[in-house]
Design a protein around this ligand. Structure first.
Ligand SMILES: [Zn+2]
Ligand SMILES: [Zn+2]
Length: 369
């Protein structure tokens, strides 16, 4: 916590200097009044993910124009504290999640249609990541039109809306592609049982698919237990490699969420006829592996396979995330909440950034619950 008295009209915030490793500290940000069409938000919780770790290591992130620092945090759950003039659809006390990405200034074709997740210029801003402050702070103001309403019943898991929006897009796009081709996926493989992989598992299970989840943690690990509790089969790749555990099987849908590129190509070989594979993990490093590209090419052509990548999410995917979290309270009572394996107060945000191999999602409790 910073020394001295809190400046009047300010709120506590995590600040980083983009490009500088381990610069994260707690400072003050101005507390603003909501303008026309804006809401004042109290940040309740903020989830931490790999992107935040990269920003903390100085590998990623950009400060807003004219500022020397960035407030990180893009996976939040907020409470509406006050309404600016002209706001409809929100009341004080409502729960809300600000949408992370904002359209590019050129308002390119996808951005102009609300599909900023498909932006063509790359000049978009992202809350807590690029050119726009994030939610690791006690309060902020935002345009009401850029916030998604979350029912109060989801107070415990609403912080998962943003990561789930990524999954909703990846699975939604896969299903759209397959519907257009007249293919109905029945059997899915999810590689990587981090938050994205496990949220995808719940998503696919609730849509009635048979799901196999792969990671490198033992069967007794929390990741394996959540996958199994959702009715999925869990494979520990270290104990029994994917190829052996699924010998003779083929999958209609593969969702890659490990972010480990060599696994991407192993998983692709498990894809069956008319199958589709979606990549969601951003891989780091420069791995090179010998692959039989002729066999891969032949298989993909002769079996009508689709391979594509998916990033970010549009409003519709946030809204699907809210609907799914509500449905899961009945389908898998309490299970989504088990993905949150640690909660830290704002003053200990550094602990939320540190890696714990059995942890799944760490959350910073920004303002006391
Ligand atoms: Zn994230
Ligand atoms: Zn754009």
């Amino acid at each position: 916590m910073p020394d001295g008295k809190r400046p009047k009209g300010s709120c506590l915030a995590v600040q980083v200097t983009p490009g500088q490793a381990h610069s994260a500290r707690i400072g003050y940000e101005p507390r603003q009044e909501p303008g026309q069409g804006e809401v004042a938000l109290t940040v309740l919780e903020c989830g931490i993910c790999g992107t935040d770790a990269e920003i903390e290591q100085g590998l990623y992130g950009a400060a807003p124009p004219g500022e020397d620092h960035l407030v990180p945090g893009h996976e939040s759950l907020c409470e509406v504290a006050a309404l600016g003039p002209g706001v409809t659809g929100f009341s004080p006390g409502d729960l809300a999640v600000p949408i992370v990405r904002r359209p590019c200034p050129e308002n390119c074709d996808p951005c102009s249609r609300g599909r900023w997740d498909m932006c063509l210029t790359g000049h978009y801003a992202e809350r807590g990541i690029s050119r726009l402050h994030g939610m690791l702070r006690e309060c902020l103001t935002d345009e009401a039109a850029r916030c998604v309403q979350v029912p109060k019943d989801l107070r415990g898991v609403g912080v998962l809306v943003e990561p789930l929006s990524i999954v909703e897009k990846a699975i939604g796009e896969t299903m759209l592609i397959q519907e257009r081709r007249g293919v109905r996926p029945l059997r899915a493989l999810v590689t990587g049982a981090g938050p994205i992989g496990l949220l995808a598992t719940l998503c696919l299970r609730s849509r009635g698919l048979e799901v196999t989840v792969l990671d490198q943690r033992p069967q007794a690990s929390p990741k394996a237990r959540i996958a199994t509790a959702a009715g999925a089969r869990y494979i520990d790749d270290l104990q029994e490699p994917l190829e052996r555990a699924t010998a003779g099987e083929a999958f209609d849908l593969v969702l890659e969420a490990s972010g480990f590129a060599p696994l991407v190509f192993r998983a692709l070989r498990r894809l069956g006829r008319n199958g589709a594979m979606v990549l969601t993990g951003v891989t780091a490093g420069h791995h090179t592996i010998p692959i039989d590209v002729d066999a891969m090419n032949q298989e993909m052509v002769l079996e009508n396979q689709v391979l594509f990548g998916s990033v970010n999410a549009a409003r519709q995917h946030y809204e699907s995330a809210v609907q799914d979290l509500l449905a899961w309270e009945t389908d898998f009572p309490g299970l989504a909440g088990q993905l949150i394996t640690a909660r830290h107060p704002l003053g200990s945000f550094q602990e939320a950034l540190s890696k714990d191999s059995d942890g799944i999602k760490s959350v910073v409790e920004v303002t006391g619950s």
